[in-house]
Design a protein around this ligand. Structure first.
Ligand code: ADP
Ligand code: MG
Length: 460
């Protein structure tokens, strides 16, 4: 008889081909087979949340896989396993989170309800959002001090609110005083209290907060008095070790008209960027969203949608809903032909490519260099990195050929350009520093128009 560990290794091999890679990497990769007795297989998981997720989402698939390997009926249970020898008691299976969480919150605050669908379970993880996802999960589970504040940023529709509320569901389940609100709601409340001359009352509302989840902080741009108030609140909460999580459509240094103290506090903790989903994640999202609606959609239709809709998750899901509705109204099957028809106008909305010289200017500005240096022969580490990032962005954002990039960058060798492009592409997967640099430049690209002083954006 094989050991539990060996059986589970075999099972993992089979599960790997049955679920998406991002899901496998996130949920199964760090699990191990702990024991098998009395027809019950115990799987070691790194934390309770992973156990719950696996139990809710993959239970039957795991059982089926194990039965086919062991050859007899078996049940499964999950156990938190933090090292080779320390095993805690099995995780109680909890299926719900709605009732308790809303009750706890209602007692303490009258903050807006959280969307019950915005949980970690329903968030699909890919390279574009893995870092933000892990940081959010870490904060929800451990409220790690070095992640305070956690600052999540991305352009719209990429899952910031979803992750923020997912944290809220968990912390409320733990009965931590959790307050979720948007910066706009914060502003409205502040004004309301101010009108009634109840400034103290406003501050008191936040006294018992242990987890503050503030959505869309960029809304505070230019609102000096409200920023002041938020700064005090931030300081008070920070001193009491409350966890603060903030989202924004751009990184702190690109929020215009923001109090410098506030800006620097936002940069104290961890800044996590979410990038637009890459093709595999787009496919995984479409598959899951179709399954959630109980629909079986042909793979080629999903592939078509994933290729055509390259913007936000919101647009992607919108496109899926659009073709489903189209098929339903026409009372026909959702074929590739029909999907093409339904998306006819969407497909024409391809993004305008960015001019390569704008990328050079912006990247140079970001690194405190001039475009001439980037185009020149300097090879110190900063200039080289800046040049590599510019190459990567010219290829990805401007869709330049190697010859065009070579020309833009002072006639460099094509093979060097290709090598540098792949180098950054690989580093984006492994190096958070490079990832956030690229993300910040991309964000800046979005908010930049030619003619505006690019240097000012980075304060250089
Ligand atoms: P943002 O706050 O960044 O504008 P949202 O969190 O509102 O974006 O996300 C937009 C929609 O896309 C929501 O319905 C959300 O559930 C969904 N969504 C975004 N990212 C993901 C993801 N990785 N997995 C599943 N759904 C997602
Ligand atoms: Mg949002």
């Amino acid at each position: 008889m094989k050991s539990a560990r060996e059986i589970w290794e075999t099972a993992l091999g089979e599960l790997q081909v049955q679920i998406t890679k991002p899901n496998f990497d996130t949920w199964l990769k760090d699990t191990i087979g702990l024991s098998y007795d009395n027809n019950c297989f115990t799987i070691g998981v790194p934390n309770a949340f992973v156990g719950e997720w696996l139990n809710n989402r993959l239970r039957s698939l795991i059982i089926k896989t194990l039965v086919s390997i062991i050859g007899e009926d078996t049940d499964i249970q999950f156990s938190v396993h933090t090292g080779d020898h320390s095993i805690t008691s099995p995780i109680p299976v909890s299926q719900t989170d709605g009732g308790l969480s809303s009750r706890v919150r209602a007692e303490v605050f009258s903050s807006p309800r959280l969307n019950p669908k915005y949980t970690f379970n329903t968030f699909i993880v890919g390279n574009c959002n893995r870092f933000a996802y892990s940081a959010a999960l870490e904060v929800a589970e451990r409220r790690a001090e070095h992640y305070n504040p956690l600052f999540i940023c991305s352009s719209t529709g990429l899952g910031k609110t979803h992750l923020l509320q997912a944290i809220g569901h968990i912390t409320m389940n733990k009965r931590l005083g959790t307050l979720y609100l948007t910066a706009e709601q914060f502003t409205n409340e502040f004004i309301r209290f101010l009108k009634e001359d109840k400034n103290e009352g406003f501050r008191n509302r936040f006294r018992s907060v242990q987890v503050l989840l503030m959505d869309d902080i960029h809304f505070l741009s230019g609102k000096g008095q409200i920023q002041e108030c938020f700064l005090h609140l931030f300081n008070e909460l920070y001193q009491t070790n409350a966890q603060i999580v903030i989202t924004s459509d751009r990184p702190p240094k690109l929020i215009p008209l923001l109090n410098n103290k506030l800006r620097s506090r936002f940069e104290w903790g961890l800044i996590a960027h979410i990038l637009p989903p890459e093709i595999n994640t787009r496919l995984a999202i479409l598959k899951t969203k179709a399954e959630e609606r109980g629909l079986k959609i042909q793979p080629e239709v999903l592939q078509f949608l994933a290729e055509k809709v390259q913007g936000s998750v919101r647009e992607l899901v919108g496109a899926l809903n659009c073709v489903i509705a189209y098929a339903q109204t026409n009372k026909t099957n959702l074929s590739l032909c029909l999907a093409t028809e339904a998306l006819a106008d969407m497909t024409t909305q391809t993004r305008n490519a960015t001019a390569p010289n704008l990328i050079i200017e912006l990247v140079a500005g970001y690194f405190g260099l001039t475009p001439e240096v980037l185009m020149g022969r300097e090879r110190d580490s900063k200039t080289s990195l800046a040049r590599q990032i510019a190459i990567y962005l010219m290829r990805e954002e401007s869709h330049c050929t190697l010859a065009q990039i070579s020309q833009e960058l002072g006639n460099r060798d094509h093979s060097t350009i290709l090598y540098n492009y792949h180098k950054i592409k690989e580093q984006l997967k492994t190096e958070p520093e490079v990832r956030s640099q690229v993300a910040e430049i991309l964000q800046a690209l979005k908010f930049t128009t030619k003619g505006k002083s690019l240097w000012r954006i980075f304060g250089k």
